[in-house]
Write a protein that binds this ligand. Structure first.
Ligand code: G3P
Ligand code: CA
Length: 296
């Protein structure tokens, strides 16, 4: 009885794994067909860039114009933001698939219209959760559209835009490329990143001039993964908890930028800097800037 149950369990597991491995083989084949054509990012790989994660999100509500303005004031090198798409097809700046955590509303972005989302308060939750950094002006902060961000900041900042859940929003990457063109965001002011390699490969095929970063929840320590990534991306964004100095060295030996996420703790920041990472993704860009200038 127990044996039979185990065999059914194994069979079910295999059924679940096979389609996954087939999908990943398909993407790998596409990647193999790409030329080793990237490293067009013009920033020296030996420098260390400060990336404001969802804006200066330690001090202001994440992914709002307020958080981005503060990150700019703190002179972060890049501002990272996440995009999703509304029911009526507008790209908006929000981290989660649901509006619940960071607004006073409820529901999935894909089921809400832009009008619905623009009624929401995306700032009060921050004041309640982080009273130390609460500000009156955060009450009623809006969820920005990506267009509003480009209208506000244009080429005055450098962006790292993360495509969130592209499987939920078919062709969202093409809509992003159209907006970059519409607002004439220069190629050296933009990096696009995602955990979804398929969507990055699509972008690379459309426009090989846009620098791409592959995000990695569980980076592989062997070199094969980095070798494949190098075919379409200029950098990697691994989970800091799952890398070590040797991984940083390997990534850089492929001339890949390496921006681990998300470092807010002094000790982690210090460790990553000592490993020689090319960027630090942080909610506190001022802290990292200070550490960098202390080291000079
Ligand atoms: O830049 C990497 C980081 O933003 C990925 O994680 O969940 O904060 O979007 P998450
Ligand atoms: Ca992100």
């Amino acid at each position: 009885m127990h044996k039979a149950y185990m065999s059914i369990k194994i069979a079910l597991l295999l059924m679940m794994l096979i389609p996954l491995s087939q999908a990943s083989t398909a993407v790998n084949t596409q990647i193999h067909e790409l030329a080793y054509s990237v490293n067009k990012a013009k920033l020296p790989i030996e420098d260390t860039y400060v990336v404001a994660h969802r804006g200066a999100s330690g001090y202001a509500p994440e992914n709002t114009l307020e958080a981005f303005a503060l990150a700019k004031k703190m002179e972060a090198d890049f501002i990272e933001l996440d995009i999703q798409r509304t029911k009526d097809g507008t790209l908006i700046v929000l981290h989660d698939k649901l509006v619940d955590r960071t607004t006073n509303g409820e529901g999935k972005v894909k089921d809400l219209s832009l009008h619905d989302i623009q009624q929401l308060d995306a700032g009060s939750w921050f004041n309640e959760k982080y009273p130390k950094y609460a500000k009156k002006e955060y009450v009623g902060a809006k969820v920005p559209t990506l267009e509003q961000v480009f209208e506000t900041f244009g080429n005055s900042i450098q962006y790292i835009i993360e495509l969130k859940s592209p499987h939920l929003y078919p062709k969202m990457e093409m809509e992003l490329l159209n907006l970059l063109e519409k607002y004439q965001i220069e190629d050296d002011h933009i990096i696009i990143q995602s955990f979804d390699e398929k969507c990055l490969v699509n972008i690379h095929k459309q426009n090989a001039n846009i620098p791409l970063f592959q995000l990695l929840k569980r980076p592989n320590t062997d070199e094969q993964q980095l070798k494949l990534i190098k075919k379409y991306a200029v950098g990697v964004g691994p989970n800091f908890k799952r890398i070590n100095e040797d991984y940083v060295r390997k990534a850089k030996s492929f001339q890949l930028y390496i921006h681990p996420y998300t470092l807010n703790d002094e000790f982690e920041i210090e460790t990553a800097l000592n490993w020689g990472v090319s960027g630090i993704i942080t909610n506190y860009p001022d802290k990292v800037k200070r550490k960098l200038s202390d080291k000079k």
